[in-house]
Structure formats: C-alpha cells, structure tokens
Design a protein around this ligand. Structure first.
Ligand code: 6R9
Length: 650
C-alpha cells in the first residue's frame, strides 16, 4: 500500500442483519459483559485471574515484564507443566474416565481416548523421548497425520520441556528439511502415512528425503498407521517397539513460565518461513481462557470439534492446548470432508452430538457450493455455538452457516487471530455480543486492539486503516526463532510501539471491527484503496456465487484493475451473461469504483493447507506472469485448471 496515500482502506460494504445472543445462552454464559469493564479497569489483574485457572507449581512474581520491548515476559518466576495442566490434573480431580478425544479415522475406524488414557500414553511417550536422549530445550520436529499420537507426541515434548515444531503432514521434503534445519531438530516423529481422500498417503519417504541431509537429526520415531511398506534406515525406531514398552507413569516437572513450548512456521508470502516461538505460562493462560470465553465451553456437557489440522496454529491452540487445559471432550477427525461422501462432517456431528463446532470460511463456502440439501439430511440439533477462523467470513457465508448448520439458533463467533498471536484476539462473545455477519466485533477482554491510519493515529468510528495491537498479550510470540531483528522489523517497526499484524480493518459506526484482509492484497484503483474482502463478499452475496477471490492487476488507466475469480454454487449454470450480471451486482452493492474489470468462472481456487486463498498466484495469472512459489498449495493442479479458463476471460 502506498505509504503517502491518504485514502484509507475502503469502507464500502453495508450489512444490517443482526443476531442477538439466545437468552438462555446469555443467562448462563461463562463470560458476561462485565468482563470487558473488569479487564479495562485492571488489565494485568484480569490476566492474573485467567492464569489462576491453571495449576501452577510456583506462583509468578511479576505478571508482565515489558522493560525491554518488544520482548515480553509474562508471569515471570512462575513455574508450571503444560502437560500436567492439560492431562494429569483432570485425572487427579476424578475425571480420568472422561473422554478427551473421540477420534475418527478417515476409513471409519475409531478410538476413544479418556484423560486417564492420555496420561498413560503421554507418560510412555515422554519416557521414550528421554530414552532417545531428548532433553529439555531440544527441538523435536513432528510430521504426522491427524492421529492421536500427534497430540500425544506434542504433550510428551511439553512434559519434558522439549520444544516441538509441528510441520503440516502435506508439506514437501524441502519444506520439512528447511524447518528441521532452522530449528536444528534432534528427533523427528512421523508415521508411515495417513489416510487422505480414501487412500493411504505416505509420509515416511518425505521424511527420509528431508532427513538424509539433516545432520542434527539423531533418530526418527515412526508410528504405524496405514501399514504401508516403509524402508527403514538406521535412524528409524518404531513407536510400537519403543513407546509401548515404557512405564506408563512419568512425573511431570514444572518448567519456567517463559521456557519455550513450541515453534511453528508461518509461510508468509515469499520470504523464508518465520519460526514463531511460543512459551509456556502466558500461552496456556490465553488459549485456555479464550477457549472458555469464546466457545462458552461447559466441559461436563459440551462436545467440541475444531476441524482444523493440528499442523496449523488453530490445531495447536484449539484442538490440543486450550481444550485439554479446560478438560473438554473433543472430536478429532483424520480425513477430508468429502470422504467417503460429502456429508461426512455432518454425519460426525450427528454421531458424537457435537455442540460446539469451529471451522474455516473456506470450508463453509465449499459446503455452500455443494448444496443445502447435504447438511439437511443430518440431525445437527446438538449444535449450540459455531466458530469461524482463518479468513474474513463473508456475510453471506456467515448467514448460510448460521442457517443451514446452526438451525438459525447458534451464535457464530468470527475469531480473528494469527500464529503470532497464539490465541484468539478479536471475537464476539457468544452470550454477550449481537452477531453481525462479517464482523469480528471487539477485542476480547484484556486485549487492546485498534485501527490506525498510516500515521498511527486511531481512526474514528466509520473509518478504516491498519489493525494494530497496543499492549503485549500473554500468548504473543516471543520472537522469531533465531532472528530477533526480523521479529522487530516484521511486527514492531511499521508503527512506533505497536504490534502490526499486517491486516487491514475498519471500525463501523458502533465501534465494531471488520477485518479487510492482508494489506499486501489491498487493491489501488484510481487512487482508492479497495479491500479484497469487500469485493469478494459482494460477489459471494450473489445467489449464484459460492466463492470468490479478487486481485488487483496492473492497469494502464486505473493503476490497478480488479480481476475476480469466482466459483459458482451447486446448480448455478455458467452462462454468457454471468460476468455482466456479477459485475453489475458488485457495482450495485459497493459502487461503480469496485466493479471488477474482468470476471472468470473457475472450478477451484488456489489455497494453502489451512484454506487461505493465495491471491499472489492469482495475481501472477491475471498479469500473465510465471507462477511464483507453489509449494504451500494444497493442490498445485488447480493452477492449470484456472489457466485453462483464461482465454474465456470476459
Ligand atoms: C489463526 C490463523 C493469520 C491471518 C491473519 C488474517 C487471517 C485469520 C481471521 C482472519 C479475518 C478472521 N485471519 N482469522 N482474517 N477474520 N477471523 O489463521 O493464523 O494461519 O497465522 O493466519 O489469517 O489475515 O493475519 P494464521
């Protein structure tokens, strides 16, 4: 975005639908409106009380040490064990028989894992890591499918103070190798493979390739999941040989509140992935509190399901650490939503009587495309709260989710956060906030987010600009692994004394926040900054459109012209007139300035493994350039399908 451009991000979209919280939910909510006042009056005191929800072996002396910004230390002097908090304390409190995970394999095999089971399995795995020579502070790379051994491996690391670095089970050998090298991992934990789209999908050959030139790796611990043939090297150890014979007790020793818990890499757009470092006490405090507050979790009665992959931060914070710290019963599913049929997720919700469901807009838009009749076949009446994360949720997708999945009774919580923030930062509270389709609403109690102009001044209601966070928060990244300077440059240099996440936002007349996408994606058309999110939401509000991605392509007249890639909803026919119809629709909804120059109907959009649209690649297509790096794409053949559509550009 041009630094001296006085226009702020556009503020075009009008959305007037409102959904007040259901009265029973509001009356019985874990967190009520007074939490905002309480936190505003004494922010640190508020986080101390949130930290008191955990079990500490030793209480902290200083809540926040901000003497050397931007390097924060939370709960200084405090000691705790994350695995003890997530597992043992629930068993000690007599809840050992409670299910921690209803695990569902893609082929239909299942496993029930209680908190007592988890305690035994994590203890065995911790003892195995010790036998392999893993010590506190060592890094362990984890490259696994969505099987119970994945959270078990993470918790085993946390238990002994080793730092895990989970790498998505779909990433290439190169991606895995660079993460192993950056973290200098001593051990890799993997599996022969996992199930995806109905077939075993091998992981071990990728690990072999990555480990072949990774001298720091001493051993590779391999879980047998699919039973496919595996070539064993002299570094390999089978999980069932080593872990199964260990003692199922292990005493969890406390770690320092600021000891590293994990590294997780964010891909960024082009540059070298950043190893985001999270530590122990502040991280667990915030993920546990936000999971309790945003999802109103009642551990005795709720069944919670977050459909993310654990290889993404959403899985770390809201499949593993937050829910377990709160003693939740969760569903964990290995596979894809369309295997063996497109109703699989709804079948799982019906089967386990899921009451809280957390997913991403990309999935919701896919279901819209597949048609309303699919979820309608299942009993989804157990649901009471729906969550969204990963991208701005288009108002139309929000309303569809609320209606077709939530039976028009479940509040939708749109949660904004990042790998870097560790936990949810901006979100409605389901028993407090009036739902506004497309708005993430307000910073949670204890979080001080703001929208500023390019000079760093707060914008008034009705204004747009850059999202910032003003004060340090407990789960914030502590640095980029091995690169403090890059941490400062990336997040703390754009605006003096403020954290800049890289997202645009607007504040509406009520003071509520709307996220407008990455500022790198903002389009500059005839001197106006137009947000990709708003144009995409306008397109998705047309009854024939399921998904849309827009980019700004160089234009001799307007600077940039808007090029839109759209996927039609199930049943909608691609016709000659559709491009005109959609262009007119955008002009009517947002104004003529936002009218796309070009509209392409495509079968798929390029997405990352966590479901984010890769607009950078679409920009390459729109500008007829060679494609940039495609290694983080879920499916690289998508780009060929899109390129084939180009000659029919209208
Ligand atoms: C949790 C996660 C972070 C980026 C973030 C923003 C986008 C995530 C969002 C959202 C609008 C939401 N994002 N949630 N944008 N509304 N509710 O996604 O982490 O993979 O690091 O991505 O995702 O652009 O900056 P991560």
């Amino acid at each position: 975005m041009a630094p001296d451009n006085k226009e702020t991000l556009s503020n075009l979209l009008q959305e007037s639908r409102r959904f007040p919280p259901p009265p029973e939910l509001a009356a019985d909510a874990n967190v009520k409106a007074d939490a905002y006042d309480e936190a505003a009056a004494d922010r640190l005191g508020f986080w101390e009380r949130a930290a008191d929800r955990l079990s500490w072996a030793q209480r902290w002396e200083t809540t926040l040490d901000w003497s050397n910004p931007p390097f924060a230390k939370w709960f200084v002097g405090g000691k705790l064990n994350v695995a003890y908090n997530c597992v043992d304390r629930h068993v000690e409190a007599g809840r050992g028989d409670k299910v921690a995970y209803h695990w569902e394999g893609e082929p239909g095999d299942t496993r029930e894992i209680t908190y007592a089971d988890l305690q035994r399995e994590v203890s065995k795995a911790a003892n195995a890591l010790i036998e392999l020579g893993v010590e506190k502070g060592d890094r362990v790379a984890i490259y696994m499918p969505m099987i119970p051994e994945l959270p078990i491996a993470m918790l085993a690391c946390a238990r002994i103070g080793a730092v895990h670095s989970v790498v998505f089970g779909g990433f290439s050998a190169d991606a895995l190798r660079s993460r192993i090298h950056d973290g200098q991992a001593k051990l890799v934990i993997t599996a022969d493979g996992g199930y995806r789209r109905g077939n075993p999908n091998a992981l071990k050959p990728t690990v072999d390739e990555a480990v072949a030139d990774s001298p720091t790796v001493e051993k590779v611990l391999v879980v047998r999941r699919t039973g496919q043939d595996v070539a064993l090297t002299d570094k390999d150890v089978w999980w069932h040989d080593l872990v199964d014979r260990q003692s199922d007790t292990h005493e969890a020793r406390p770690h320092d509140a600021e000891d590293p818990l994990y590294i997780l890499y964010t891909s960024g757009t082009t540059a070298k992935p950043k190893g985001i470092l999270h530590t122990t006490g502040g991280y667990l405090t915030q993920v546990a509190y936000t999971h309790h507050a945003v999802f109103d979790l009642k551990p005795e009665t709720d069944v919670y399901w977050c459909s993310a992959d654990i290889g993404w931060v959403t899985g770390h914070s809201y499949i593993v650490y937050g829910p377990l710290a709160n003693g939740a019963t969760s569903v964990m599913y290995e596979g894809t939503p369309d295997t063996p049929h497109r109703g699989r997720w709804w079948e799982i919700i019906q089967k386990y009587k899921v009451s809280i469901f957390y997913t991403a807009p990309t999935a919701i838009r896919t279901f819209m495309k597949w048609g309303d009749d699919i979820p309608a076949k299942y009993d989804l009446s157990s649901l009471r709260i729906l969550g969204s994360v990963g991208e701005p949720i288009n108002p139309e997708a929000y309303v569809w989710y609320r209606e077709h999945i939530g039976g028009d009774r479940c509040p939708v919580v749109d949660t904004w956060w990042q790998t870097e923030t560790g936990g949810i930062m901006i979100s409605p509270l389901p028993g407090v906030s009036e739902g506004k389709p497309g708005a993430a609403m307000r910073p949670l109690p204890g979080i001080t987010a703001d929208v500023v102009d390019d000079q760093g001044h707060s914008v008034p209601n009705g204004g747009g600009g850059f999202l910032v966070v003003r004060d340090p928060w407990p789960a914030m990244l502590r640095t980029i692994w091995g690169d403090d300077q890059r941490f400062i440059d990336t997040y703390w240099s754009r605006f003096e004394g403020m954290y800049f996440p890289g997202d645009g936002a607007k504040r509406d007349e009520d003071g509520d926040l709307w996220l407008l996408g990455r500022v790198d994606d903002v389009m500059l058309v005839s001197g106006h900054n137009i947000s990709t999110t708003e144009v995409e939401s306008a397109l998705v509000s047309h009854p024939k459109v399921a998904e849309a991605a827009v980019v700004g392509a160089t234009d001799p007249v307007t600077g940039q012209g808007i090029v839109a890639f759209t996927i039609l909803r199930g049943g909608a026919e691609e016709s000659e007139d559709i491009a005109k119809e959609l262009r007119d629709h955008v002009a009517r909804t947002l104004g003529p300035i936002a009218k796309p120059r070009q509209i392409l109907v495509v079968p798929e959009l390029p997405k990352t493994r966590s479901g984010k649209i890769m607009r950078r690649l679409l920009r390459d297509v729109a500008e007829n350039r060679q494609l940039g790096d495609v290694t983080t794409l879920t499916d690289s053949s998508v780009m060929n399908l899109i390129a084939e559509k180009l000659p029919s550009a209208k």
